[in-house]
Design a binder for this molecule. Structure first.
Ligand code: SIN
Length: 528
């Protein structure tokens, strides 16, 4: 059996597990959709109907078989929101059975029927945008405005794949002999296991579930133990939309046990994962025994290259968005800012000023642009990166320490004079820290930008379109933002090169990950 670290999704933390029920039964404990009894959450949520505390297996909302639960807390305050089932291997096997049993009927529906159900789910996600956004801020910490933006982004995948479901075309290939006809069919891969991270509690789920369902697959989702609530709420809306039982299952709890059960099952034909490269490699290794299809969206170390001829205002705005979105906790966040000699001082001054004006606080408070980090361990990691850089000669232009709000808050930080020997040059900081690194010419910038095992997102700022194009071609990255800091959208193919992953999510290409290609040869046709 493959052994997983607790860090199955992005970031570091300990989790608290409670054994609130002593009973242990041979099957999933059933219940009705439960509402939170958390006073705090009830006060903060307009509609507690989407704050659930049971997971979805088949047509049942379930507790863990042994009754154990997992606390979900608000990263901004440390308050308990609710608890969810701490499920493991047995519950995952039940979910695999539910998905396996649902597969024939779901895959045999017409694409138009599946499309209509996805469209209804999209409508419900949008109708419940405010509540879902609030729930996301409560469990993840991101500012409400960003959370609302994520709900629209997440729903966008559902809308897109509702449309794409109708365009899953096959092919006819001219045969080499007169008595043959060659066809290509596209068929769903089967039952899918999806493991998703805490930094985008909903978008990383719909980015996998929507194309899977559009293709005719059924799915078991294991959301991050830190942010399972958005997944559960979205699943409730999927049920309301009429997605049949067993097509979408949510299993919360023990990442190593759930992961192992998904990997070992021959009925699970595909694993899709967003998270760290370290865990992605383990999932790839674990998938080898049953030769599963694998899609991996892993770590990044994004460069942002700002040339002498860049529009400074645009570069500051772009770098700010690309670095500080979600408090620096995205895999496409800029990790290293390369600034050309001639513009270095001017950019550093303007950028540090803009960063110093970011508003740190509870994501539900008006005007806040920077929420907390996911947990105190994430702050410790950021602190260690800054300490290392400062010890090696970096200068703090703004920030550089824990925020006075304490616990999970860190000041948005800019470090000048960063160099390649600093940890921050090669490791993903996953926090609000931007190191500035000087460069002389295009060749040096490209060499430093590519000097990493990662290859997810990259950014370029220049007013010279020829230079921009040439540099974009030279960067070993799956995505390039040219004079743009916000590149994520459901309609573009998201994914990385090198150790940043395999496959693409979003766009028409994202559907291919859930489809098998079948070649059908019709032979021995008699002449007319
Ligand atoms: C991620 O950080 O994994 C995804 C970021 C995005 O979709 O923009």
């Amino acid at each position: 059996m493959l052994v997983f670290a607790r860090r199955v999704s992005r970031g570091l933390s300990s989790i608290s597990v409670h054994s609130t029920f002593a009973s242990s039964r041979g099957r999933c404990r059933m219940g009705t959709v439960a509402h939170s009894n958390s006073h705090v959450a009830a006060k903060k949520l307009k509609d507690a109907g989407l704050l659930l505390s049971r997971a979805l297996i088949g047509d049942k909302w379930c507790d863990a078989i042994d009754g154990r639960t997992l606390n979900v807390t608000n990263p901004a305050t440390g308050e308990l929101l609710t608890s969810v089932p701490f499920m493991g291997r047995k519950e995952t096997e039940l979910a695999i059975t539910a998905a396996h049993e649902a597969f024939p009927a779901w895959s045999q529906k017409t694409n138009t029927e599946r499309s209509k159900l996805l469209r209804k789910w999209f409508d419900l996600l949008i109708q419940n945008k405010e509540e879902l956004g609030r729930l996301m801020t409560l469990e993840q910490g991101k500012p409400l405005k960003e959370a609302l933006g994520e709900i629209v982004y997440a729903a966008g995948f559902v809308e897109l794949y509702a449309e794409e479901a109708k365009r899953i075309y096959g092919d006819i290939i001219p045969a080499t002999t007169q008595d043959k006809r060659i066809f290509v069919l596209r068929q769903p891969v089967g039952v899918v296991g999806a493991i998703t991270p805490w930094n985008f509690p909903l978008a990383m789920i719909t980015r996998k579930v929507a194309p899977a369902l559009a293709a005719g697959c059924t799915i078991i989702v294991k959301p991050s133990e830190f942010t399972p609530l958005s997944a559960m709420a979205a699943a409730k809306l999927a049920v309301e939309a009429g997605i049949p039982a067993g097509v979408l299952n949510i299993v919360t709890g023990d990442a190593p046990q759930i992961g192992a059960a998904l990997l070992e099952s021959t009925r699970v034909r595909k694993i899709t994962f967003t998270g760290s490269t370290q865990i992605g490699k383990k999932l790839m290794e674990g998938s080898a025994a049953t030769v599963k299809k694998v899609s991996l969206e892993l770590g990044g170390n994004a460069p942002c290259i700002i040339f002498d001829d860049a529009n400074i205002d645009l570069a500051v705005k772009g770098a700010l968005a690309a670095k500080y979105r979600n408090s620096g906790q995205t895999c496409v966040c800029v990790n290293r800012i390369f600034v050309q000699d001639g513009i270095y001082a001017e950019f550093a001054k303007a950028f540090a000023l803009a960063v110093s004006q970011l508003q740190v606080g509870n994501g539900l408070d008006e005007g806040v642009t920077q929420g907390p980090l996911i947990n105190p361990a994430a702050v410790v990691k950021v602190e260690s990166h800054v300490e290392d850089a400062v010890a090696k000669g970096a200068k703090v232009l703004t920030g550089g320490k824990k925020h006075s709000l304490g616990r999970t808050f860190y000041e948005p930080t800019v470090l000048a004079d960063a160099t390649v020997d600093m940890r921050i040059f090669s490791e993903e900081v996953f926090g609000p820290v931007a190191p500035l690194i000087r460069f002389k010419d295009d060749k040096e910038a490209v060499a430093m930008a590519n000097d990493t095992e990662f290859g997810l997102a990259s950014y370029i700022f220049t007013e010279n379109i020829t230079r921009g194009w040439r540099i974009a071609e030279a960067l070993e990255y799956g995505m390039v933002g040219l004079n743009e800091g916000l590149i994520s959208t459901e309609v573009a193919p998201f994914g990385g090169m090198k150790q940043s992953g395999l496959g693409r999510e979003g766009s028409k290409y994202g559907l291919d990950e859930y489809l098998e290609m079948k070649y059908l040869c019709l032979g021995n046709m008699s002449p007319p």
